[in-house]
Design a binder for this molecule. Sequence first.
Ligand code: CP3
Length: 369
Amino acid sequence: MSTILPSDHPLVDGRTAAAPLVRASRGERSAALPVWFMRQAGRSLPEYLEVREGVPMLEACLRPALASEITLQPVRRHGVDAAVFFSDIVVPLRLAGIDVEIVPGRGPVFADPVRDARGVREFAARLRGESGGDLFAPIAEAVRLTVAELGATPLIGFAGAPFTLAAYIVEGGPSKDHLRARSLMRAEPEAWHELTTAIGEISAAFLETQILAGASVVQLFDSWAGSLSRETYRSSVSASSAIPLGRAATFETPGGERVRSIHFGVGTGELLADMHAAGGDVQGVDDRIPLDEAARRLPGVPLQGNIDVAALFAPEEVLREHVRDVVRRGAAAPAHIVNLGHGVPPEADPAVLTRLVEFVHTLPGEGLA
Ligand code: CP3
């Protein structure tokens, strides 16, 4: 079952159909390499700190004009090849009435962690009961406002993958090894299945809202999947990640071009083939594995990544040499979207990011030999 995108969608009316990032997501190279940064909107930017002053994180996400302004800030400043929608992986849960806050310096904290089969049943029933209707109206509005300003620059929509979200929901907050979530997975496989299916559905609905309102590409963040073995990823995680990724792929232009997606995780070198099998057109790669090795593991698949965040703090020539190496190795993939291995840290100097974008744009789009 596919859904045709509306006639004023940027992929349909032609605004973003030939953007380097969109072309790369289809496996095509352009004259220059597309580059954007995870967490490009955020505390590294003084203009972000200014507009966020006194507004809690999740509230900022639910004010359409503010979320749109924050999304546009890094595009104006750095000239990146894509905007990434300013929101958070827990926003759909909050809109479904789940009591979650983002604690500065810590991350998402849930008032009522889900610890057992009974908790799962209640949580899942709540998500199912709340989905549909205009639940995501502020998200659709923020995306529309943003896309109206972006012109030929594509907007990347995103959602959290079920495992990464469950790691917070079961623990109640950030954890190092996601032990409680991984224990629930083993101790109560049916409850785990119900929980991750319900999260997969709400993340799918969150992506759908962003796509219909004008996102040209989407990314699924499975940031913590690197704590899983291949075996557990395959048996207990892959099917629920396939729900949002599969949903995104059902949207297409009247000419039959599907909406493409990027599938990303941290420390997932061993899982790349399994993640790609779960879904996604482009595989995101963190800096722990070089792109030529990733390309060997995923022949024919466009890749995104994987500049070491730490190199942003090194002398400029050291950073450039590292970026040249990343681009050289990325030439092993059919197409390459340049990004960091993970998000921009708040301490990063935005001037370094702006110069990095300029530098990437001087390199040949087919990659360095
Ligand atoms: O990339 C972008 O610029 C788009 C916006 C975005 C945010 N969160 C904004 C945000 C995206 C894509 C996310 C996804 C997200 N949120 C992930 C997956 C990506 C990743 O980094 O692995 C995760 C794990 C979360 C959960 C979360 N939200 C954490 C761990 C934190 C950091 C808490 C802190 O203060 O250090 C957040 C808050 C958050 N989400 C911020 C931003 C800009 C910082 C909030 C602030 O500025 O006060």
